[in-house]
Design a protein around this ligand. Structure first.
Ligand SMILES: Cc1cc2nc3c(=O)[nH]c(=O)nc-3n(C[C@H](O)[C@H](O)[C@H](O)COP(=O)(O)OP(=O)(O)OC[C@H]3O[C@@H](n4cnc5c(N)ncnc54)[C@H](O)[C@@H]3O)c2cc1C
Length: 506
């Protein structure tokens, strides 16, 4: 790591951030939290808007305009405590965030039946929504989750999903192949045939922490009556939230429609710099928050003078375009039985090797009159190649393919942070690609700048979980126990007859 460019006792620092997605905005915000220097920031964004993979899109329906998040959309309290804490500290959580009950459906088109169903409300376990036929897979799912918790605690990112699944007990091979593997698509975005290549810990950690919380952190229970409680922006959308975060960064200048062409390092001035809008601009620090493939191209275009060792790692972090379709009033990618629809739906054909994920806005928006808003967001593998009928919006984001190779490369990259005063942040850069990871990566980079630049960490984000009085972490078994203890007496007799002995066995 070249620290020769480090300047001590500096009173002003000029920082360039490349990329105006969540990580770029959070980095600008985190830079304004530190003290010890006056930090001015140029935030360079190729697009004509900030947000990157967050993009909110207005949808007029029945006289009301709904803001639909066309890219990133949901967050949960337990896996995203820093993000929720930030929104709380800015007052955005109380002003703009709504919560909804969330469940899971996996639909197998080969069998024309659901093969995994977790209802969104506890009452759905006994009002006929959950069927007796759902119980065997639900029990296997709980068994899987118990073992996923152990993996999450192990911190082992290098174990491939295929290998981990082999050792999962109390679950049939058929369930592993036809249910668990496609269920994981929503977390890894890989083709069905490649989900086994994913880092098992990466694939599972978000879902596990939804139940258990982060190690050492308190847990926020779901809203009363919910199985899971999901949060989303009620009106301004996730990109609107990023816009509000930027309001708190007065020393940041946002420069839209300005694709950076190269990043380089001048050994004479010991400063990195950007080639942008046909000119060259030197800075004290450059933070790349674009995707890793673009970061590699920018370094190479700059003659590999900045961060010369990084492209070897960046190129191994696999990224792929993810075409996304918003549809109404119907969707080609939802279960054929509307009674099975949940907030999160996976539709699989194991025979054809295809899998799709669909978010259903209807259960996640205030109803339009007496009906739910018929709007759906879907992506699939093989990727959707052309917009189907009833398409409202067809667009594409780039997405991380979290194979063990990708994850090893991104972890190895961390040792290069700050070389030639160039840093890397991004949703891809730490933990599980999310608003939470984008925020944590920003905080990590700013934390790594504290010593070299004689900065002082300023007020830190107050973790929301402490504020909300969460006392301790929980476990998957406690979660299941609590869920079950709230329902048996109300369950229909045949469901109860099947559930109790099976649970005792589990
Ligand atoms: C379909 C989808 C759904 C998701 N759902 C969720 C969800 O529900 N909840 C959640 O928490 N997370 C979700 N995520 C993940 C989340 O979107 C990301 O973790 C996060 O938004 C990534 O932010 P980022 O800033 O790292 O990257 P990006 O959002 O990709 O931002 C990178 C920015 O860099 C810009 N850029 C690229 N090249 C250049 C250049 N040469 N010069 C200047 N600028 C450049 C791009 O235009 C872009 O704006 C989802 C992601 C996808 C793709």
């Amino acid at each position: 790591m070249n620290k020769s460019a480090t300047k001590s006792n500096q009173t002003s620092l000029r920082v360039a951030i490349v990329g105006g997605g969540a990580a770029g905005v959070f980095t600008a915000w985190a830079l304004q939290q530190v003290q010890g220097a006056t930090i001015t920031v140029d935030l360079w964004e190729a697009n004509n808007r900030i947000g990157g993979n967050t993009w909110s899109w207005p949808y007029p329906y029945n006289g009301t305009t709904y803001n639909l998040d066309a890219g990133a959309q949901f967050f949960f309290a337990n896996p995203q405590p820093a993000y929720v804490g930030l929104l709380k500290s800015l007052g955005l959580f109380d002003q703009d965030v709504s919560s909804y009950p969330a469940g899971i459906c996996l639909w197998d088109t080969d069998q024309n039946a659901r093969t995994l169903f977790v209802p969104s409300k506890i009452e759905n376990f006994f009002d006929g929504t959950l069927k007796l036929s759902d119980i065997p897979s639900l029990l296997q799912f709980f068994a899987f989750l118990l073992q996923a918790e152990t993996l999450d605690k192990s911190g082992n990112w290098s174990l491939p999903m295929s290998q981990w699944l082999q050792n999962v007990q109390w679950v049939t091979q058929d369930f592993k192949d036809k249910v668990l593997t496609p269920f994981l698509y929503q977390f890894v975005s890989l083709p069905l045939s490649r989900i086994g290549e994913s880092s098992a810990l990466y694939a599972l950690t978000y879902f596990v922490r939804n139940v258990t919380g982060w190690p050492g952190q308190g847990v926020v229970p779901p809203d009363a009556g919910d199985v899971f409680t999901l949060y989303q922006s009620a009106s301004i959308g996730l990109d609107g939230i990023l816009g509000q975060v930027l309001v708190g960064t007065p020393n940041t200048t946002v420069r839209l429609s300005s694709p950076v062409a190269a990043v380089s390092y001048d050994p004479n001035t010991q400063q990195p710099g950007l080639t942008v809008n046909g000119g060259y601009l030197p800075y004290d620090v450059v933070i790349l928050t674009c995707d890793p493939q673009t970061a590699s191209k920018l370094i190479t275009a700059g003659g590999s003078t900045a961060q010369p060792s990084a492209p070897a790692y960046l190129q191994n972090i696999e990224y792929a375009p993810l075409p996304i379709v918003l549809q109404a009033p119907q969707s080609n990618y939802m279960p054929t039985d509307p009674g099975s629809w949940q907030a999160a739906n996976t539709v699989v054909s194991n025979n054809a090797g295809s899998v799709a994920f669909s978010g259903y806005f209807g259960v996640l928006r205030p109803p339009a009159g007496s009906s739910l808003v018929p709007a759906f967001k879907s992506w699939s593998n093989p990727p959707i190649s052309s917009p189907p009928p009833d398409t409202l919006l067809f667009h594409s984001h780039n997405v991380l393919y979290p194979t063990t190779t990708s994850i090893a490369a991104r972890d190895a990259l961390q040792s290069l942070q700050g070389a030639t005063n160039v840093y890397f942040a991004g949703g891809w850069n730490t933990w599980f690609d999310s608003q939470e990871a984008a925020l944590r990566s920003a905080i990590n980079v700013v934390g790594a700048m504290i010593n070299p630049f004689n900065l002082e960490p300023g007020p830190y984000i107050a973790p929301w979980l402490e504020e909300s009085g969460g006392k301790r972490g929980t476990t998957v078994s406690r979660f299941i126990e609590r869920l079950v203890s709230r329902m048996p007496d109300k369950l229909a007799q045949p469901v109860r007859d099947g559930l109790r002995p099976a649970l005792a066995k589990l």
